[in-house]
Design a protein around this ligand. Structure first.
Ligand code: NDP
Length: 815
């Protein structure tokens, strides 16, 4: 079909050129089609009789349902092959195979796993043209992109992770594999997403079951053949095809230890809720509406090419597409003109034509989504611009499109269109640019264009996004982490940070099923012990915005000690108190931007003030728990030591400079998550509070703390320490009351970015489930209890990891 087109084109071109002068020919000469042969890809399809089975336990097996569905070439609407529709039985078989393969895959060790990953990289590289053609046929994306971008990135991922496999036992010896991993990927970068998921997972000793998207299963099935060819042990990689319900069955499967998902935020939320409380590890790489910010001193010709790569790469079907153009008003007219001229010159057509810029949209359903959102944009009053040329009609094509006069709150400025549609808005000041950029529920990426490096590096930390590209866009590499803030999901893929998604700390195996019990003194009771006790008739207030505050509801709660004696009352906080605390936390803008050194100074000051009052704090612990004074004093001493640890780490838990393959330095910077809710453990009233609150604030977060419900006084006494230690108002807010009620309010609150919860299983499940609305980061203990007195369990980098998210900043370097 494509060959006939070319012959026809050449014939007409020849006739046209016959009567022209050479000069005219140069001026009018069009690009001729440059078709890539599909022969080898067709041979591959025919080798499976254009009917693909499932790849389970190293074998090709018929789907239990006996059902197949069609995979279509979006450039031509031709059926390429029939793909198996898996069902629950197949999911069970695949998970069982992965589970069976796991012990041996772990046992063979780091070096042998590295050899397998290296072999995969080599084989994909050897067959890279076949993979590129097959991907273009199946997805509709230009061969220029699959050949020069997708497949090289895939190969790089396997090589890079062959290296990590080799280094696992030395560089990551405190971590172990997670187990059986369920991986669900979308259709926009089918093989690339597969490599981002499979390479780190198997490198770290996990086994996997992967479900490709229904529209684009073919390269995953070719990859399965490669697994066979290199003799990968059976069951390490299983590929099951089918629709969304296959993914759902994988998510629900009890033997799956982790789900890694890339796709829509909507399905991401379903998966978050479905896995709540199960203890399954979860990473979600979801949608975006990423800003592409152009300042008036930017090199506009580079900007235009950047925009082509940002929004017309892969037909705009890119989660991190620079779909929101924010341009400084002084240059907006000039830039729009240049963009329109460039759009007029973009070429659209069959994905296998090497001289096209834009291919086909993956499927009619996605085309309809784009068409509907564009119509909505017109209705909303934005101005549409499309090139004068017409799209081919034989496939699912949509022209490059730009909207101007867009209001920041309009649907097209807020919703992911996932097509070649750019929405442009202007700004006047730098501050306005940051505000507009952050005016979204997403936070996947941003791209900043200016010739002023100071400006770029001032703006990059202010944008809530997991990746910041400076004077570049849509660059990826296996050595750099990629992933979102906010509703763009959590977890990272690539870089060392991505490996962590497929590992768990070995120390987790030492947690116990019940909270630690510290022996109580046999004789201790309020009447009998001779320790000087604090006042018992005082009702402790809450602590919000640096002030002690009365509860909104006016109620208090009686607190008895472990022997049932009355020891005092605390305020009973409610939804409104949490709301006030969240507001106070947000109002405090300065804590996060303090240097690590400045934060450390405050933490040392806290430790110093606690040390001065250690007896008083020990007495309070004795009063609540009836443990020995010596044990209580040890808890206070450990608390002081722990504060020292985090003061020390405040300026040492730093990022990395990744060795990416482009001419960049890629800075992986841990940033504060923002406003965090912390529900403290019930055991160790002071140390439990310190061990959770201090690492969170050491990393620059502002926190709302719910202290132990049973033993709250160590936390309420702590106000006096906070007040005298230069802790800014709003950094630590303490709301006492019913633990689970308050935890739920925090989990539901849309302005809270993360919640940590230490308690029972039901509470953990509620937190994970309720946090799905705004995709909070959660860290819960699934009713496995740490011994807070033990340094290995009660402190360390893992706390800081959960208190931060990594932004990868790509800065041109040596270019
Ligand atoms: P989905 O999120 O629906 O699909 C992604 C993957 O999840 C596919 O393999 C899909 O299977 C599977 N899936 C669907 N439902 C479930 C479920 N309940 N449980 C588990 N897995 C499930 O994206 P779509 O492909 O439907 O695209 C819809 C929109 O999502 C797009 O318009 C775009 O806005 C956005 N999107 C974002 C992507 C990103 O990278 N951020 C990538 C793709 C889409 P199947 O395909 O077989 O239904």
């Amino acid at each position: 079909m494509l060959q006939d087109d070319i012959q026809h084109h050449l014939d007409t071109q020849w006739l046209k050129n016959r009567n022209m002068k050479v000069k005219d020919i140069y001026e009018t000469m069009e690009y001729g089609p440059a078709p890539e042969s599909a022969d080898e890809a067709i041979q591959f399809l025919e080798s499976h009789h254009k009917k693909f089975k499932l790849f389970i336990n190293g074998k090709w097996v018929e789907p239990s349902s006996g059902e197949y569905f069609e995979s279509v070439n979006p450039s031509t609407k031709e059926v390429l092959a029939n793909i198996s529709e898996a069902n629950d039985t197949d999911v069970n078989k695949a998970v069982a195979a992965a589970k069976k393969a796991l012990p041996e895959w772990v046992k063979i060790g780091a070096h042998k796993r590295a050899r397998y990953l290296y072999a995969l990289a080599r084989q994909i590289q050897k067959h890279s043209r076949l993979f590129a053609v097959l991907e273009s046929l199946d997805n509709g994306k230009p061969i220029r992109e699959t050949r020069d971008i997708d497949i090289p990135i895939v190969v790089r991922h396997f090589y890079h992770h062959a290296g990590w496999a080799q280094l696992k036992d030395t560089e990551l010896k405190d971590y172990k594999e997670v187990g059986v991993i369920g991986q669900i990927i979308p259709w926009n970068f089918p093989l690339m997403m597969l490599s981002w998921k499979i390479a780190p997972a198997i490198a770290m000793g996990n086994t996997i079951v992967l479900k490709p998207a229904e529209f684009t299963s073919l390269t995953a099935l070719l990859f399965a053949e490669i697994c066979e060819q290199i003799g990968l042990p059976n069951g390490v990689v299983n590929i099951i095809t089918g629709h969304g319900k296959v993914g759902a069955a994988l998510v629900d499967h009890k033997e799956v230890n982790k789900i890694a998902f890339t796709g829509s935020t909507e399905v991401g939320k379903i998966i978050r809720r479905a896995t709540a409380g199960t203890g399954k590890k979860l990473s979600l790489e979801l949608g975006g509406k990423s800003p592409f910010i152009v300042f008036e001193d930017a090199d506009l010709d580079s900007v235009v090419e950047g925009i082509v790569d940002a929004i017309w790469f892969n037909q705009g079907q890119v989660c991190c597409a620079g779909s929101r153009l924010l341009v400084q008003e002084s240059i907006s007219g000039k830039l729009y003109k240049k963009i329109r001229a460039r759009m007029e010159n973009l070429r659209i057509g069959n994905a296998l034509d090497k001289s096209i810029d834009i291919g086909a949209i993956v499927a009619p359903v996605q085309l309809k989504v784009i068409e509907d959102l564009v119509q909505l944009g017109i209705k909303e009053g934005s101005t549409l611009w499309q090139p004068s040329w017409k799209c081919p009609t034989e496939g699912y094509f949509y022209p490059p499109t730009m909207f101007t006069d867009v209001s920041p709150s309009s649907i097209i400025a807020q919703e992911e269109i996932f097509g070649p549609v750019l929405v442009a808005m202007s700004f006047r000041t730098h501050q306005e640019a940051v505000k507009l950029a952050n005016n979204t529920r997403y936070g996947l990426a941003c791209s900043i264009w200016t010739e002023n490096i100071n400006l770029a590096l001032d703006i990059a930390p202010q944008i809530k996004a997991g990746t910041a590209w400076i004077n570049c866009t849509n660059v990826f590499d296996a050595a750099a982490g990629f992933g979102g803030y906010r509703e763009s999901g959590f977890g990272r893929e690539g870089g060392k940070e991505g490996l962590m998604e497929y590992l768990k700390p070995r120390i987790d195996d030492n947690f116990s099923d019940a909270p630690i019990v510290i022996p109580t003194e046999k004789v201790a009771s309020l009447k009998s012990n001779n320790i000087q006790l604090p006042e018992i008739d005082r009702t402790s207030k809450m602590y919000i915005s640096g002030k002690q505050s009365r509860p909104d509801g006016g109620y208090s709660m009686v607190i008895n000690n472990s022997k049932g004696d009355y020891i005092g009352e605390v305020s009973k906080g409610n939804r409104k108190d949490i709301r006030n605390a969240v507001e106070a936390a947000h109002a405090n803008k300065n804590w996060e931007t303090n240097t690590g050194h400045a934060k450390a100074q405050v933490l040392y000051y806290i430790a110093e003030n606690l040390a001065i009052r250690k007896d008083e704090f020990a007495n309070r612990i004795v009063q609540m728990t009836n443990q020995s004074h010596a044990d209580a004093l040890q808890e206070v001493e450990l608390s002081i030591e722990r504060i020292y640890t985090y003061a020390a780490l405040a300026d040492k838990y730093d990022g990395q400079v990744h060795h990416t393959v482009h001419k960049n330095v890629t800075l992986a910077m841990p940033e504060a998550i923002g406003v965090m809710g912390i529900i403290c453990p019930d055991e160790c009233p002071l140390l439990g509070f310190i061990s959770t609150v201090i690492p969170a604030i050491a990393m620059g977060n502002n926190v709302i703390v719910v202290p132990s419900e049973k033993l709250p006084f160590s936390a309420t006494d702590f106000y006096q320490i906070l007040e005298t230690s230069d802790v800014p108002a709003g950094t630590v807010n303490i709301v006492t009351g019913n633990k689970d009620e308050l935890a739920q309010v925090l989990a539901k609150h849309d302005d809270v970015d993360a919640v940590w919860y230490f308690g029972g299983l039901k509470g953990c499940k509620d937190i994970e489930f309720l946090s799905a609305d705004n995709m909070k980061r959660t860290w819960v203990n699934y009713s496995k209890y740490r011994n807070w007195l033990d340094k290995e369990q009660g402190e360390g980098h893992i706390f800081l990891k959960h208190a931060t998210q990594i932004k990868n900043i790509w800065i041109p370097y040596g270019a």
